[in-house]
Structure formats: structure tokens, C-alpha cells
Design a protein around this ligand. Sequence first.
Ligand SMILES: C[S@@+](CC[C@H](N)C(=O)[O-])C[C@H]1O[C@@H](n2cnc3c(N)ncnc32)[C@H](O)[C@@H]1O
Length: 397
Amino acid sequence: MSHGERKARLEALLLGFQALWRPQPFKIETPDWCAAHPALAAELLALDDETVDRLMPDNQALIALLSGHLPELAELARLIDLPPASQASPHPHPSDDGGRLFTDIPGRKQRQIVAYAAAFGQPRAPVLEWCAGKGHLGRLLAQRWHWPVASLEVDAALCEAGEDLARRAQVDCMQHFVRADALAAGSARHLAGRHAVALHACGDLHTRLIAAVAASASPAVDLVPCCYYRTANETYRPFAETALTLSRDDLHLAVTETATASAKQQRQSRQALAWKLAWVELRRHLTGEAAYTPFPPVPEAWLRGRFGEFIDHMLERSHLVADLDAVTPDRFEAIGHARAARMRRLQLVRLAFRRPLEVWLLMDMAVFLEGHGYTVAVGPFCEPALTPRNLLISARR
Ligand SMILES: C[S@@+](CC[C@H](N)C(=O)[O-])C[C@H]1O[C@@H](n2cnc3c(N)ncnc32)[C@H](O)[C@@H]1O
């Protein structure tokens, strides 16, 4: 299937079934689709916790569950099933056991970098590492392929730390840092004649890279996008005209995944969810306002103490006064947990569209690059357990 066909089919299904994935059960206790598909809602609400946990990260299982009620959606299984993206070259390269290279990098990040480098093979030209952080990926490429690597990064401290790591790994003759804002107009010039690489470049940083690569006719780009919702625009700016409008909330859906969270982190985030929903219900009770209104991010520390203290902070921040004897906020903790359990079940419908939406976003970039003369491969470069953002766009001119 061509990227254009895949994009068109995904777009048709995303548009046709937007009533299922746009409403957020955090904000809307009972989305309208529950009335339209009562058997689906009933099946989800009857699931036990273990099954919910098993389904949540499993894109294919979610689609299978949904297809049981809406057979048209079975096609999504095939549309998100991408072959591994690999341009790997058969040339030998130094061992991956780069002790000097990988000091100070957490194990999972190391394995992501090695998998990325293996998928992308040999550089086509001197490398430009976009939004490099400390340039871990660039360091590996410089050492492995002996190509010059320029690592572009806006944060001066990260550039300095990266230069230090390059010296310690003895690749500082091959890798240097360019301190620059990737979003500034002048930054595109660094791409001319370069093979661009980017691992986990967020939102505007990756869309800017794709546009700048095409504009400067760079010989190659390998991009793993991330955090699609990190954009200065209210809605996603597509590379081609489309009827699919995506708000930041919609873009958040593409990265709703906890596959790499530890059991402790999962417990904490479950409690945080229940407490925030408890606050939503308490606030509704106090103000009488039925409609959900957003609230600023809750400081982590407030979610780690006692529930009563959390509510005190939220009341104070919202300038709400409650007659605590009459309202007894503590009973809202149980209400929050009940709403969280309901939300996690109804949310499974939305999550079934998570990977389709992400694949559509990648197809939007892939088709654009094809239109500019690139041969493009899109697919996973590592297992999702290593990082759920495991899709690589690999384009060669
Ligand atoms: C998610 S991190 C990825 C870092 C690295 N590629 C990795 O995978 O370890 C994103 C990086 O983009 C950098 N960044 C953010 N905004 C930037 C900008 N406007 N220009 C250049 N770099 C930027 C951040 O400082 C951060 O190092």
C-alpha cells in the first residue's frame, strides 16, 4: 500500500468515526457515543481492572475489541501494521559495545539509540543532528561511521555537556555542537547538503525539520517524531489540504501511552487521575457549573501528600470557599476513584484510534516528502516497550 493510500484510508476512518475519539472521558463523564453504541459501552464498563491494564497499551487488541461492535473499523488493524523501517546497510561497523560512548546515558535510551542507528544504516552525507540534547545519537554516528556530525541544540548547558562527552569519547574531532534555535528562520541553512537525523523531536521541531529538509533538498532525513501536541498553533498545520482538523487535545491522543512507566509510576498516575477527577466533581458541586472547565497543571507535590491537603491547595488556588463541615471533601475521594475507573474503561474507545492518528500524522509528512522527490519508508525502529514513540520516517533523495 502506498503512503498516499494509507493516509487516505486512515483519514476516512478518523473522520467517519470522530464521534468516538474526539470526546475525552476525563472531561465528559458519558460521551454521546455511549447512547449510540450501548452494547459497546456496557462491555467496556464490565471489564475488570486487569483486562483494562492489558488492553490499554495494545493497539491491535483495542481495534479488535472495537471491531466486534463496528466491523468497518477492522481495517485499522492493517493500516497501522507498518513493516520495520530499515535502510540498514550491510557495511561492517565498529561494535555497539561503546563503553566510552554511553557513559551517563540511561539503559533504555542507549538501546533506543543503538536501534535507531541500526535501522538507519550508513549516513549519505555529513550529519546534522536536529534538537540533539547532549548529542548521544550524533556521538554514536560519528564514532561508527567517521562522518562529521553537527549537533544542533538550543540549550547552552546541553551543548557544553555534549562537547564534554564527545571529548571523553574521543570523537570531538568528528562531532561539534551548533547552539541555535531550530525554529529560527536561519537554522534551515544548516541542513543543506546534510543527512538530517532527529530522535524524539517534539511537535513544531519535527514539522519544521521536514519542511526545511524539503526546502533545502537535503540528501536524506531520518526522523523519530514525538509530542505532536507541542505546537505554537491552535491546530495541527497539515502538509497537504485535509478535512481532518486536529486540536492540541486531539494531538495529545497520539501520545497517550504508559508502556514504559514502572508499576510505581502507574500507581501514582492512577491516584493522580482519581484525585483530579475528585476535584472536578467537588468543584462542580460547589459552583453548580455542569460544563467542564480546564484547570492549570497540578504540582506533583500536591498529589503526593494527603487527599485533604490536595483539596485545600486546589480550593485556595481557585479562590473557592467551601463550608467543609457541610461539604465533607473527603467523600469526594471515593467519587474520584469511581469516575477514574469509569473513565479508564470508556477511554479504551479513544485509545483504539491513538496509533491510527499517529500513523496518519507520519503519512502526512511522508507524502509531503515524496512530493519533493524523496523515497520514504515509515515504520517501527524498535519494540514499543523501549519507547512507545517508535516510528521512524526514513527519506532519501
Ligand atoms: C526530547 S529532547 C530529545 C533530545 C535528543 N534528541 C534525545 O533523543 O536524547 C528534545 C531536545 O530539543 C531541544 N530543543 C527544544 N527546543 C529547541 C529549539 N527551539 N531549537 C533547538 N533545540 C530545541 C531540547 O533542549 C531537547 O534537548
